[in-house]
Design a binder for this molecule. Structure first.
Ligand code: 13P
Ligand code: SF4
Length: 312
C-alpha cells in the first residue's frame, strides 16, 4: 500500500538522521531502496563513497562482499547490511583457502593476483590488486608486463579483459549464476523482436552473449552509454534492478530487460533479499553488522586502495 510505504520511507529517513547514517545502494537493488538511498551506483562508485563518507554508520544495500568492502575502507564506521544472508555465487566460487593453496602450488608462476571486487575479504587480503568491472582493463594494463597474472574469480570478466587488452592471464573458473543464464538464443530472439534497440551487456556475461552486444560495460557505464547514444531503445543484459536506475536517469528512452531462456528478465536472488523493512530494521538495531578480523582487513585494504589509486 502506498500509505504504508510512505510511512516506512519516513521511518527510514528519520532513523538515518538519528544514526547519522548514509545509505549506499547498488544498481541491482529494488526501486524502493534505490529511491531512499543517498547514493546508488556500481561497485567502484560505491567503494569511493564508502571511503569518503563522514557518517557514523554505513547502511549498505547490496550483497555481503560490498558491505565488507565498505568496512575494509572505513574501519572506524559501523557498517550494517539489511540481510546477512545476501551473498554472491561468484564470490562463493573462490574461497580464500582454495586460492591460497592454488597460488602455493604454483611457485614457478610467481603470480600477481588480481581479484575482481566480487570476492570475500579473505580473498582481497591475498590479492595484489582489486578491480571492478568499471576499471578492470586499467588495472590489468597497469600490471608490470613481466608478471604472470592470476585473475579471480570471474572467468567471463577475465576473458573479456584479455580480449580487450591482449594481455594473457590465468583465469579462475568462477562465474555469476545470473549473468551466465543469458544465452545466445535468448538474446538473439529479443534482438529480432526489437531490431532498432542497442544491446548493452555486463562483462560477466558469456563470450557468446558478449558477441551480440553493441556495448559491454559496468552497470554505471550503462547509464552514461544509454544517455549519450543516439539510439532510442536498449536491451539491458544484466540484473533487472538496473532497469529502475536507467528509467529514472534516462526517462526519454526505452529499456527492455534482457531475457533468459526461461524468464523475461533476471533477478539476483541475493540482491533481492534486501527489502525496505529490513533496511529500516538494520538502521534501528544497528545490525547485522559487518565485522572483519583486523589482520585480514588491513591486508585487504592495501589491495583495495591500490585499485582506488590506479583508477582515479
Ligand atoms: P558492477 O560493479 O558493474 O555494478 O557489477 C556488480 C555485480 O555484482 C555484477 O553482477
Ligand atoms: Fe553476485 Fe551475480 Fe548477484 Fe552480482 S548478480 S551479486 S555477481 S550473484
Amino acid at each position: 500500500m502506498p500509505a504504508v510505504a510512505t510511512d516506512l520511507v519516513e521511518e527510514i529517513l528519520d532513523l538515518k538522521k538519528r544514526r547519522n547514517a548514509v545509505i549506499l545502494a547498488h544498481n541491482y537493488q529494488v526501486g524502493g531502496i534505490q529511491d531512499v538511498a543517498d547514493f546508488v551506483g556500481d561497485s567502484l562508485g560505491l567503494s569511493y563513497k564508502a571511503a569518503e563518507t563522514n557518517a557514523d554508520v554505513i547502511a549498505f544495500c547490496g550483497v555481503h562482499f560490498m558491505g565488507e568492502t565498505a568496512k575494509i575502507l572505513s574501519p572506524s564506521k559501523r557498517v550494517v547490511i539489511p540481510d546477512m544472508d545476501a551473498g554472491c555465487s561468484l564470490s562463493d566460487s573462490c574461497p580464500a583457502d582454495k586460492l591460497a593453496a592454488f597460488v602455493a602450488a604454483h611457485p614457478e608462476k610467481n603470480y600477481f593476483v588480481i581479484a575482481y571486487i566480487n570476492c570475500s575479504a579473505g580473498v582481497k587480503a591475498l590479492a595484489d590488486c582489486i578491480c571492478t568491472s568499471g576499471n578492470a582493463m586499467k588495472i590489468v594494463e597497469a600490471t608490470p608486463p613481466d608478471r604472470n597474472i592470476l585473475f579471480v574469480p570471474d572467468q567471463n570478466l577475465g576473458a573479456w579483459v584479455m580480449e580487450k587488452t591482449g594481455r594473457k592471464m590465468d583465469l579462475w573458473q568462477g562465474n555469476c549464476y545470473v549473468h551466465v543464464d543469458f544465452t545466445r538464443n535468448s538474446i538473439s530472439k529479443i534482438r529480432e523482436e526489437y531490431p532498432d534497440a542497442k544491446v548493452v551487456a555486463h562483462p560477466e556475461c558469456t563470450f557468446a552473449v558478449r558477441l551480440l552486444a553493441d556495448e559491454v560495460c559496468s552497470t554505471e557505464k550503462m547509464v552514461a552509454y544509454c544517455r549519450q547514444s543516439p539510439a532510442k531503445s536498449f536491451i539491458i543484459v544484466t540484473e533487472s534492478g538496473m532497469l529502475h536506475r536507467l528509467k529514472k536517469e534516462v526517462p526519454d528512452k526505452i529499456f527492455i530487460p534482457g531475457p533468459t531462456d526461461l524468464c523475461a528478465c533476471n533477478d539476483c536472488r541475493y540482491m533481492k533479499m534486501n527489502t525496505l523493512e529490513k533496511l529500516r530494521d538494520c538502521l534501528d538495531l544497528l545490525e547485522p553488522e559487518i565485522l572483519i578480523p583486523e589482520a585480514i582487513r588491513a591486508k585487504a585494504e592495501l589491495s583495495v586502495r591500490r585499485m582506488l589509486t590506479l583508477s582515479r
